[in-house]
Design a protein around this ligand. Structure first.
Ligand code: CA
Length: 458
């Protein structure tokens, strides 16, 4: 009898262990906006104060070659949220003149991801997750594109592309920038928006601590307008102007991320929660004084400074601390990754361009998850293939770089390796033949406008 009981106890322990192991992890995606590649302590910044995100980097894997699918807000988010190159459904442009809202230089109601496309929220709901979206949306302002129609149970944020961090005293000219709880529950917050988004995410976590949850916290920090609190500004006495403000905004971003991470620890959820931190496009150094060194370029162009972003992942149960993965990964990979982590079968996701990067994050595979990664806007395009990167321009010959040896893209090797240029040009053409036409073309008034300059409307 005693042996039987011991045997039963051992069996039960094993069962509990298996059950716990199979327990779906919670998933939190912390997503910043327009942050500079170099503007975090974990990327070597001596100016920015980001202790919480630095800690996140120490507790998991840093993807040193993390990419987005576009160097501007809207298309990058369309790629992230569908797991597909957004050009496949024509979401190629950011804010197209003629389609923008009458009152502001931002996307209008109709520039949205087609309703037939499945979203990250839809995939996670299918696996039984409670889902919530916080912050900036920017993938469709009309009701038909609303987050609550795209697999998110809850929404607290704004549908547009940029808004004040402080509450509007009267309705803003741009209705898409009003702060909205769920559907049309418009009410301005008190205080500073970055803090408020963090607090709301914490509230969602508390309410869902007993079931698996997925929260996408899309901070508008550190996108313009350059709003910061006096208390945060005071932490950077040696800085001036926009640089001082962006540092204060980044400090608030880090503080909000820290509050979310602290809450997970407090509730004992930390161990089985995946946290990813990344950013939607490179820093626009002119607009918010962000810094992308050692990368060249900035938001809106296809140099690494536009498309390579900070990219961290932590999952204490599965991913080793303080590790690095030095091959290209993409925000397109996050749907398959989260889906696999949540117990889904990635074989269900046949039509996506991303791959499950968990095996790479765990250090089990050294190879590159992507043979090729593409970028395209109008005539401009880029391809990363192995260590090579080709940039195609409308007004000058293509440039070729060995990214591993020349991260700053200073040494153009196109004339030295013409065959490589030819091969990669052909790869881009082949990929382009699989895409839809851009959905929003310049309207008549702008038809003589230099198309390559369009990104000033970002
Ligand atoms: Ca952005």
């Amino acid at each position: 009898m005693k042996h039987y009981l011991i045997g039963l106890a051992a069996l039960l322990t094993q069962f509990v262990a298996v059950a716990q192991n199979k327990k779906q992890p919670n998933i939190i995606l912390l997503f910043s906006d327009d942050a500079g590649y170099a503007d975090f302590g974990f990327h070597g910044s001596k100016v920015m104060i980001t202790p919480n995100l630095d800690k996140l980097a120490k507790e998991g894997v840093t993807f040193t070659e993390g990419y987005v699918s576009d160097p501007t807000c809207g298309p990058s988010r369309a790629g992230l949220l569908t797991g597909k190159y957004q050009q496949r459904f024509g979401f190629e442009e950011n804010n197209v003149p003629g389609y923008m809202s009458k009152n502001s230089a931002q996307l209008g109601d109709e520039m949205g991801v087609p309703v037939e496309e499945k979203f990250m929220g839809d995939y996670m709901k299918k696996l039984g997750y409670s889902t919530a979206y916080f912050g900036k949306w920017h993938v469709g302002g009309a009701d038909k594109y609303h987050p609550l129609r795209r697999g998110f149970d809850e929404f607290y944020g704004f549908r547009g592309g940029a808004r004040s961090y402080f509450p509007y005293k009267k309705d803003p000219q741009e209705h898409l920038n009003k702060l909205e709880r769920n559907y049309v529950g418009f009410k301005e917050h008190a205080g500073y928006l970055t803090d408020k988004l963090g607090e709301d995410a914490v509230d969602f976590i508390e309410r869902n601590k007993k079931n698996p949850f997925f929260a996408l916290v899309a901070f508008n920090a550190v996108h313009t307008p350059m709003d910061a609190t006096n208390a945060d500004l005071a932490k950077f006495p040696t800085l001036e102007g926009k640089r001082k403000t962006v540092a204060a905004m980044t400090l608030a971003l880090d503080r909000a991320c820290g509050k979310i991470m602290d809450k997970l620890k407090e509730l004992g959820l930390d161990d089985n929660t995946i946290i990813v931190f990344t950013n939607d496009n490179g820093g626009p150094s002119d607009k918010n004084a962000s810094v992308n060194t050692p990368l060249s370029g900035s938001k809106s162009n296809h140099l690494e400074g536009g498309i390579r972003v900070p990219f961290l992942m932590k999952w204490p149960k599965k991913i080793k601390k303080s590790t690095q993965f030095n091959q290209p990964v993409s925000t397109l990979d996050l749907i398959p990754t989260f889906y696999a982590a949540g117990g889904g079968d990635v074989a269900d996701l046949k039509d996506l361009d991303g791959v499950n990067i968990l095996p790479y994050a765990k250090g089990k595979v050294d190879a590159s998850p992507h043979e090729k990664l593409f970028w395209k806007k109008d005539v401009r395009a880029a391809l990363r293939k192995g260590d090579w990167k080709l940039l195609r321009f409308p007004d000058r010959p293509a440039e070729l770089y060995n990214i591993k040896e020349d991260i700053a893209e200073h040494n153009n090797l196109a004339t030295k390796y013409p065959e490589k240029v030819k091969e990669m040009y052909k790869d881009i053409f082949e990929w382009e033949s699989t895409l839809e036409r851009p959905r929003w073309l310049l309207k008549r008034k702008f038809e003589n406008y230099d198309i390559d300059r369009m990104d000033i409307y970002r």
